[in-house]
Design a protein around this ligand. Structure first.
Ligand code: ADP
Ligand code: MG
Length: 153
């Protein structure tokens, strides 16, 4: 696995990092976003979704569990499993069908669906660091590694 660490001193840095992930995305990718409440998972996702070309609002999926974006021919699903009480809720909701070759899935709180969720290509972990944040990125697949190498360019 390939790991990279990024310092994100302010919100703008989190947004820039989210934006810079956009060119490296490929259909079929699964990205986990881990970290405490307020770590910046939604902030990063929002910047990424906007950079892909979505002009409208990007809501946090905290209450809806999933928000769907159709950007050109790409389906992007933004999940938040914070409210799950058990990982079985993932399968009960039929969310496994959202994970396919034509979609990109961004998942906040993947640990709450552990065991039901497909594996991630890229895991992004956000930590509080003083007033800023640190991001640790772990690529688990060739697609994830490609995405990371685009980031480092
Ligand atoms: P999460 O989805 O992880 O719960 P949000 O993205 O909803 O977190 O909220 C993160 C909060 O932290 C927002 O208020 C945002 O402005 C702020 N924030 C995001 N990135 C940074 C950063 N690198 N440094 C300081 N504050 C940040
Ligand atoms: Mg969030």
């Amino acid at each position: 696995d390939v790991t990279a660490v990024f310092e994100l001193p302010d919100e703008a840095a989190t947004q820039r990092l989210g934006e810079s992930l956009a060119p490296g995305l490929q259909p079929g990718m699964v990205i986990f976003l881990e970290g405490d409440l307020g770590a910046g998972k939604t902030t990063l996702s929002r910047a990424l979704i906007r950079a892909l070309g979505h002009a409208g609002p990007v809501k946090s999926p905290t209450y809806s569990l999933v928000e769907v974006y159709v950007i050109s021919s790409l389906y992007l699903y933004h999940f938040d499993f914070y409210r799950f009480e058990s990982p079985e809720e993932f399968l009960d909701a039929g969310f496994d069908e959202y994970f396919n070759d034509a979609s990109v899935c961004l998942v906040e709180w993947p640990e709450r669906a552990q065991g039901s969720l497909p594996p991630a290509d890229l895991r992004l972990r956000l930590y509080h660091a003083g007033v800023g944040r640190v991001l640790e990125a772990v690529a688990n697949t060739p697609k994830g590694q490609e995405c990371l190498s685009v980031l480092n360019r």
